[in-house]
Design a protein around this ligand. Structure first.
Ligand code: NVA
Length: 301
């Protein structure tokens, strides 16, 4: 199977990946990737996703083969179709980090091995899996009882996480400046998930209101990779959407999450990653365990 969007996984498959992640974290061992080559084609920088996948592949006995941004030239040095056909003949799994989501879609159209989205401009499904694992571990609540408030830019991380929690019957609140929330296509998908699985979705404009009764307060950078030129303008537009100590104090039971890298002074205040309500570094580590579990099941789902 491919994992391009988080909704490529059925709710029961998501739950299974999370459950099994915990087993791996407790030391469960299997060499399900023994003799298999896992190619990573990355157009953008990466720390957690890359290291998490290298470690995961290592745990499962496979061989990671990494191509960085300067090597691939996807669609420039060589057509995406040709790269995909060659990779299918030499590797067993392809993991891609791309600027445009259409690149990974085109790659998967010509591939006959599983393709995993390791972040595109549209989605970050592997982050969502790690986040669900972290939320499950930290709260011990069923996902249908979880309320996530996402403050900031309605970006790739927010899209995947919203779909993930709504697929599991939970609640997702997005609090963004006007024009930076989800587009119509995404809202339509969310409405379908709400109707199908009984979760709830709200749009809020006040960070103070949005965090009330939340289990999780989540934020991400105001300008994602590829949007660096917009940062000066975005710093003005997003200035009232910073997650800081004062905001966390309005919801003291809530846990704080950020997918990293963070920009203190922008989307978070200084030292917020070390705040007692923060579970950011557990969240970072869990990228390994959710990715081990995903890779272990990729040929079965
Ligand atoms: N939204 C961020 C996530 C980084 C892991 C980006 O796309 O740059």
């Amino acid at each position: 199977m491919n994992l391009l969007n988080i909704t490529d996984l059925k709710p029961k498959q998501i739950r299974k990946i999370i459950e099994k992640s915990l087993d791996f974290k407790k030391g469960f061992k299997t060499e399900s990737l023994k003799g298999k080559n896992v190619v990573l084609l990355f157009e953008k920088p990466s720390l957690r996703t890359k290291l998490g996948f290298f470690k995961a592949i290592n745990i499962l006995g496979g061989l990671p083969i990494y191509f960085g941004p300067e090597e691939i030239g996807m669609g420039k040095r060589e057509p995406i179709k040709d790269i995909s056909k060659v990779v299918s003949r030499m590797a067993d799994i392809a993991i891609l980090r791309t600027y445009s989501h259409s690149t990974i879609e085109e790659f998967s159209n010509y591939s006959n091995i599983p393709v995993i989205n390791a972040l595109s401009d549209l989605e970050h499904p592997c982050q969502a899996l790690g986040d669900l694992l972290t939320i499950y571990e930290a709260t011990s609540l069923d996902f249908k009882d979880i309320k996530i408030t996402f403050i900031g830019d309605g970006n790739n991380v927010a899209r995947s996480l919203s779909h993930a929690i709504l697929s599991l019957g939970g609640e997702f609140i997005i609090c963004t400046p006007e024009g930076y929330g989800f587009d119509e296509t995404h809202i339509t998908k969310i409405k379908q998930l709400e109707n199908k699985y009984g979760g709830k979705f709200h749009i809020e404009s006040s960070p103070e209101e949005s965090v009330k009764n939340s289990n999780i307060i989540y934020t991400d950078v105001w300008a994602s990779m590829g949007q660096e030129k917009e940062i000066a303008e975005r710093k003005i537009i997003f200035k009232n959407f910073q997650v800081n100590e004062k905001l966390l104090s309005l919801s003291q039971e809530a846990l704080f999450m950020h997918d990293l890298p963070a920009h203190p002074g922008e989307e978070i205040s200084e030292n917020l990653l070390e705040h007692p309500q923060s579970i950011v570094f557990e969240q970072a580590e869990n990228r390994v365990w959710s990715q081990v579990s995903l890779l272990n099941q990729i040929f079965l789902i």
